[in-house]
Design a protein around this ligand. Sequence first.
Ligand code: ATP
Length: 387
Amino acid sequence: MASLDLSQLSRSFGGTPAVDRVSFSVPSGAFLALLGPSGCGKTTLLRLVAGLERPDGGTIRIGGRMMAGPGVFVPPEARGLGMVFQSYALWPHMTVAGNVRFGLRVQRLPRAEQEARAAEALRMVGLERMGARLPHQLSGGQRQRVALARSLALRPSLILLDEPLANLDAHLREQMLAEFRRIHAASGTSFVLVTHDQDEALAVASHVGVMNAGRLEQLAAPQVLWQRPATPMVARFVGGGRTVPVKVLGAKDGACAIRIRDRVLTVPGLAPAGAGWLCLRPHDLLPDPAGALGAHVLDSRFRGGAHVVTGLLDGAEDGGEIELVLHRAPRRGEFLRLGLRGGWVLPREALATPLPRPDGHAICTKPSPDCQRTALGSGCIDFCCAA
Ligand SMILES: Nc1ncnc2c1ncn2[C@@H]1O[C@H](COP(=O)(O)OP(=O)(O)OP(=O)(O)O)[C@@H](O)[C@H]1O
C-alpha cells in the first residue's frame, strides 16, 4: 500500500506539453482512475509514475519516497510497482503458474516461497485451479486475471493498470470490474487505472482524476465529480453533461439564484453574481409543462421499459444534445418543456479567489499551477486550494 503524491509534474514532447504541471495526492489504498479525452496525457502520466518516462519538471513520491524530482530518478524496476497492460503480455510457452512465478524467479526468491506466493495470487484472482494451463487455454478475462496475479505476487505497493479491460467484451468487462474492486479491497494495494471508459472509472474507483490537454481539471470522489464538477469541461465530459449560459443573480449557502429567460431559479452551485454556467445531466431534467427549460425531440427509442429521448436542449452552448427518459413516445420535432430537479452552477470565468463552500473549504474553479494539494484523505473531497 502506498500513497501517491505528484507536484507540478510536467512532460513535453517536441515542445508540446503532454502532462502540464499536474499536482495531486491520493492516500494509501486508493483506487485512482484517470479519465479524459484521447491525447489528454493519461498514459504519459502513468508512464511517468512507472518510471518509463522522465519528467521535465516536478516531483513524484510513492509512499512518501521521492521517485523523481530534481537530481533524483529511481528506475522502474526499483519503484516496487506492478503493471498490467491491455495486451496481458503473458509468456505463451509458460503455464499460468509459471507466468505468475516469473517475476519472483527474477527476484531469486526461494522456490517454495515462489510457489506459495503464486498460489496466493492465483487464489486472489479466482484461478487457483488453472495453474497448470497454458495462456491459450484461457479466456480473455482469465488471461487478464493472470496478468493481475503476476503483479500481485510481487506484492507491490502500487499497481498501474493501462486500459486493462479494453480487449474484453462488454459482459466480461462488467465481471472484471467487479473482480477488480474485490481484488483491490482484498489486497489492500493502491491501484491507478487509465481508462477511456468513464462508466468503468466511476464504478470502480475511489478517486477519479479528469485530465484535459495535459492538465488535471479535477480530482475527486466519483459522486463529487458527478454532482459538483469543478470546471465546465468536467461538467460536459462526465455523464453526457451540458452547460447552459445563465445569469447568476447571487449566491448563498451553496446555492445560486439564476435567471433563465424570464424565470429565477435556485440551483446548487458556487458562482458569484455575473455570467455563469448551469451544468446539467440528463437526470437533472424532467418533463414539466411549466418548466423554465426546453428541448426539441430529435429521436426516441424504447429501452428499459421507457422512451429514451435525444433532445436538443434550448440555449445550450455545447451542441446541446441531451438524453431524457419519458413514459410516453414523443413526436420527432416536438418541443418539450422541462423542469429542473438538480443541476450545478459554475462561474463563466475562472475566479481569482474561489468562493467559500458551506463546509468551510474553498473549491478550485480552475486548478492553478499553485494548487498543491487535493485533500481527499483529510475531509475535503474536491480539488481544493483550502490552506
Ligand atoms: N513518445 C511520444 N512522442 C511524441 N509525442 C507523444 C509521445 N507520447 C505521447 N505523445 C503525445 O502526448 C500527448 C498525450 O498522449 P497520451 O498517450 O499520454 O494521451 P492519452 O490520454 O493516454 O491518449 P489515449 O486515450 O488516446 O491513449 C498526445 O498528444 C500524444 O500524441
